[in-house]
Ligand binder design. Structure first.
Ligand code: ZN
Length: 366
C-alpha cells in the first residue's frame, strides 16, 4: 500500500515546495508521512467538517489548497477553528497536506485550471518567477560522458518544456597534474596527464541543485570534479504567477460576463465596465490577484479575472480592462480537480474523493 509520502512526493513533482512564497506554509501540516494511505479527500480548505467527512469515508489523508496552519500556533486548546481542526486531525491520525502558492506558481496549477475552464488559447504565464533556472558545466572523459549525462537527467537536469534529456557537449583536451597524495582515476600520481574530455552543459531548475550536484559527484569518475554552476536570468516558462490567453472569439462585455458565470459556475460577480470595448485577451489569477492588475494591463489583457479585489483597486482598471472579481473560493474551487487528476492517474489502490463540503464561508443574497 502506498504511503502518505508517496502521494506528497507526487504532488511536489507537480508543485515543488520551493516555489511557495516566503509568507506561505505549504507542505505536510499534520500526520505521519510513513503511514499507509487508506483514502484521500480533496478540498480547497481544511475545516472541521472536512475532517468529519474524511473520518466517515475512511480517508487518512486530506489534500487542501489553503494551509489550515498558516501563522504560528502557540497553543492547541481548541479556541478557534484552526486549533479544533488540527486537534481533531491528530486525534484521528489524519494527515493534512497543503499545496498552496507553490501550486499557484507552476504551469498546470491553479491558474492553468482557470484558463482551461475559460477555454483560453495560446496560454502563457503572466509573470515568470525570476532566477529559477541554473546551468551546470562539467568536463568528463569521453568514454564516461553517456553515463554522467544519464545520471544528471535522472536527477532532473535537462528538461526544457516538452523536451527531456537535453544537453550540449563539445570535445577538447583536459590536462592535469595529480599530486603525490592523489589517487587519479586516469594517469598516475605526480605525472602530468592529458585526456580527451567532453565539456557537457545542462539546464535544471534551481531547487534541484543539491540533487543534481550529488548525481554529478557520484557518476563522474574523477576524484575532483571540475565544474561551473551558473544562476541564469533566462525566463522559466513553467514557473510564475497568473496566466494570460485569448478567447476563441472576441465577446461583448455582456457576453463575456455571461460566459464567465457559466464556465466558472458563478451566482454573481463584481466588475468594472469597459463599455463598448470587446474582450479577447484574458488574464487570470486564482485567489487574491489584484497585485497583477497593472501587469495584465501592460500585457494587453481586455479582462482580468481574479478574487478579493478591494474597492480602491477597482480604480486601477482605468477603463483599460475589465476587472472581474468572481470570488476567492469560486476562482480556486476547481483546484480540487488538479489534485484528483494527478493522484488518480498515478494510484489506483485507494479511494480518491473530492470533498462534498462547501467550505466557502461567504454566502450571497440578491
Ligand atoms: Zn486562495
Amino acid at each position: 500500500m502506498p504511503k502518505i509520502k508517496d502521494i506528497t512526493n507526487l504532488l511536489e513533482r507537480l508543485a515543488p515546495l520551493r516555489y511557495q512564497e516566503s509568507y506561505d506554509n505549504a507542505g505536510l501540516q499534520t500526520g505521519d508521512a510513513q503511514a499507509e494511505v487508506t483514502g484521500v479527500l480533496l478540498t480547497l480548505d481544511c475545516t472541521e467538517a472536512v475532517i468529519d467527512e474524511a473520518l466517515k469515508k475512511g480517508c487518512n489523508l486530506i489534500v487542501a489548497h489553503h494551509p489550515v496552519i498558516f501563522k504560528g500556533l502557540k497553543q492547541l486548546t481548541g479556541r478557534n477553528y484552526v486549533e479544533r481542526t488540527i486537534i481533531k486531525a491528530i486525534q484521528h491520525n489524519i494527515a493534512i497536506y497543503a499545496s498552496h502558492t507553490n501550486l499557484d506558481n507552476v504551469l498546470y496549477g491553479v491558474n492553468t485550471k482557470i484558463a482551461d475552464k475559460l477555454e483560453l488559447q495560446q496560454q502563457r504565464i503572466l509573470i515568470n518567477k525570476p532566477q529559477t533556472l541554473m546551468q551546470l558545466v562539467s568536463f568528463v572523459p569521453v568514454e564516461n560522458t553517456d553515463e554522467v549525462l544519464q545520471a544528471l537527467h535522472k536527477a532532473g537536469a535537462g528538461n526544457i518544456g516538452e523536451y527531456s534529456n537535453c544537453s550540449f557537449q563539445v570535445t577538447g583536451t583536459g590536462s592535469f597534474l595529480p599530486s603525490d597524495k592523489a589517487s587519479p582515476a586516469i594517469g598516475q600520481a605526480g605525472k602530468a596527464e592529458e585526456v580527451q574530455e567532453n565539456r557537457i552543459e545542462v539546464l535544471f531548475p534551481a531547487y534541484l541543485q543539491s540533487t543534481v550536484m550529488a548525481a554529478l559527484q557520484k557518476a563522474h569518475p574523477y576524484e575532483e570534479v571540475a565544474h561551473y554552476l551558473y544562476s541564469l536570468e533566462n525566463q522559466n516558462q513553467e514557473v510564475g504567477i497568473g496566466m494570460i490567453g485569448e478567447l476563441a472569439e472576441e465577446m461583448t462585455e455582456e457576453a463575456f460576463l455571461a460566459y464567465l458565470k457559466q464556465k466558472m459556475q458563478l451566482q454573481g460577480l463584481r466588475y468594472t465596465t469597459i463599455g463598448d470595448k470587446k474582450v479577447k485577451r484574458v488574464a487570470v489569477c486564482g485567489g487574491a490577484g489584484s497585485f497583477l492588475i497593472k501587469d495584465a494591463i501592460r500585457q494587453g489583457a481586455d479582462a482580468f479575472v481574479t478574487g478579493d479585489v478591494k474597492y480602491h483597486e477597482f480604480f486601477d482598471a482605468e477603463s483599460q480592462l475589465m476587472i472581474a472579481d468572481i470570488g476567492h473560493y469560486e476562482s480556486e474551487v476547481f483546484t480540487k480537480e488538479i489534485f484528483y487528476d494527478t493522484i488518480s492517474k498515478n494510484f489506483s489502490n485507494f479511494a480518491v474523493l473530492i470533498s462534498e463540503v462547501n467550505t466557502n464561508p461567504v454566502r450571497y443574497t440578491f
